[in-house]
Ligand binder design. Structure first.
Ligand SMILES: Cc1cc2nc3c(=O)[nH]c(=O)nc-3n(C[C@H](O)[C@H](O)[C@H](O)COP(=O)(O)OP(=O)(O)OC[C@H]3O[C@@H](n4cnc5c(N)ncnc54)[C@H](O)[C@@H]3O)c2cc1C
Length: 429
């Protein structure tokens, strides 16, 4: 890694030099969680967030029980107690539907929330500030500061004035799916691994208070052709529902699918049931790419760690990433706390191993699944089998929501172990 340009090169004059123990690039779920846990330990933490809260983020806004657990651990149980709560998932497909309650698990509750990201991320970032972190909104980390091969902070551009340097002992890269800052440090995404694409917007619906999120397995395009992906309706409890579609890059025709058209075709199919006017979304649909399955490496350097979407830590089973963003932010904070407390930077090297221990095998199974369901005929057949078998779908939900029990072995755990045994033999792709 080359040393960064001097203060007066490239980006023009660099004004003040600020310093912090930990600089966090990005104030989304991963960055805010890392900041919260580090600030609580008394470390000096600065988050730079290029946008200003409340900011929108293309998302389904659904928080799984894993995400709810992290919010509770961050002391936010009361804050979200009145948010729109859901008890599980209604799966639809081939003219049938199955309503599945979240599984029981010793570590997680049996409900999730739908909270718009503008609200959610504002609250979680403010919580990090209450714990002692400094949040610089409207501030973009434009490039890393590198000295003798070590990342030592970033050049930051605020809303006005010249860029300035923020020096830090450690840097957390939490800049989301595109992760320009991470790429500047040399992170890369395995191009041949599966990734996702999704699009969503909001519609008014009188059914906005329903306590189930809905997921459709039989997505079809405007010409009624099966598209291997899923559609969702996430009632938000505020007069609206977040409605979107997602698909995987493992689908042969992935590059030619127009996701806006796919969303429109989906909305037209569900309009009557959800009593919505398909021609009247409340705002323009916004799409996003989703790196998944731990597809980004390296996730740690001598003085930096990579968290959340920037590390590709999103489930290929369902595209959920808020929960993993909170979890990896927390994991990174634990590792950095150890490094600061012991004055030993080698602690950072434990992070990638911990990510692998927690998610490595699970993501490998999920990537294999993503390859299998990328075929229209396969997804159709699996949907047909699943929609006739509630018990099977309950196992599938337990596996897909990553809620396998550590304390007992049921059919879902056995099914997962069999899949993991197969995945172990499969190439790492
Ligand atoms: C359409 C869609 C639907 C989805 N639905 C769901 C869902 O329902 N549930 C779920 O769990 N997950 C969902 N996901 C995934 C989820 O949105 C992400 O996994 C999650 O946002 C990851 O959080 P993050 O903090 O890593 O990244 P982000 O939320 O993207 O946050 C990164 C932040 O970094 C800031 N930033 C970027 N570069 C810089 C820079 N250089 N300097 C300063 N700041 C910077 C950005 O402005 C942003 O605020 C969905 C994704 C998409 C695209």
């Amino acid at each position: 890694m080359a040393d960064s340009a001097g203060p007066n090169e490239r980006a023009g004059p660099v004004a003040t030099v600020a310093s912090t123990q930990i600089l966090i690039v990005g104030g989304g779920p991963a960055g805010a969680a890392a900041a919260y846990w580090l600030a609580r330990e008394g470390h000096s933490v600065t988050i730079v967030e290029k946008r200003t809260f409340p900011r929108n983020k293309s998302c389904g806004d659904a928080l799984t029980p894993r995400a709810v657990r992290q919010l509770h651990d961050m002391g936010l149980a009361d804050t979200f107690a009145t948010s729109h709560r859901f008890e599980g998932v209604r799966v639809t497909g081939l003219g049938r539907d199955l309503t599945l309650q979240w599984p029981e698990h010793p570590d997680y509750g049996r409900h999730g929330y739908v909270v718009r990201r503008a609200e959610l991320d504002t609250i979680v970032a403010a919580n990090a500030v209450s714990a002692g972190a400094t949040l610089l909104q409207g501030h973009e980390a434009v490039r890393p500061l590198v000295s003798r091969g070590f990342v030592r902070g970033a050049v930051v551009q605020g809303p006005t004035g010249p860029p300035f340097e923020v020096m830090a002992k450690y840097v957390v890269v939490a800049d989301g799916a595109n992760s320009r800052f991470g790429r500047n440090l040399g992170t890369t995404r395995s191009q041949e691994w599966p990734f996702g694409a999704a699009i969503r917007t909001y519609w008014e619906t009188p059914r906005h208070t329903e306590p189930w999120i809905e997921s459709a397995l039989d997505l079809r395009d405007r010409n009624d052709r099966v598209v291997p992906g899923y559609g969702w309706v996430f009632p938000a409890g505020d007069g609206t529902a977040n409605i979107g579609v997602g698909l995987l890059s493992t689908f042969r025709d992935f590059k030619t699918v127009n996701t806006a058209h796919l969303l429109q075709a989906y909305v037209e199919r569900i309009a009557e049931r959800w009593e919505i006017d398909p021609g009247e979304p409340l705002r323009k649909a916004v799409s996003g790419r989703i790196p998944m399955g731990g597809s980004v490496a390296p996730t740690a350097g001598p003085t930096y760690l990579v968290v959340g979407d920037a590390a590709g830590v999103v489930s290929p089973f369902n595209g959920d990433g808020i929960d993993y963003a909170y979890e990896t932010g927390r994991l990174a904070a634990d590792v950095l706390h150890e490094a600061l407390a012991t004055n030993d930077a080698s602690a950072l090297q434990h992070y990638s191993k911990q990510l692998d221990e927690r998610y490595g095998q699970y993501f490998k199974v999920a990537r294999l699944f993503a390859r299998i369901v990328g075929r229209p005929l396969v997804i159709r057949e699996l949907t047909r089998i699943g929609m006739h078998n509630r018990t099977l779908m309950e196992w599938v939900l337990r596996i897909m929501s990553n809620e396998l029990r550590p304390d007992e072995t049921g059919p879902a755990e056995l099914a997962y172990r069999a899949a993991a045994a197969i995945a172990r033999l499969a190439p790492n792709a």
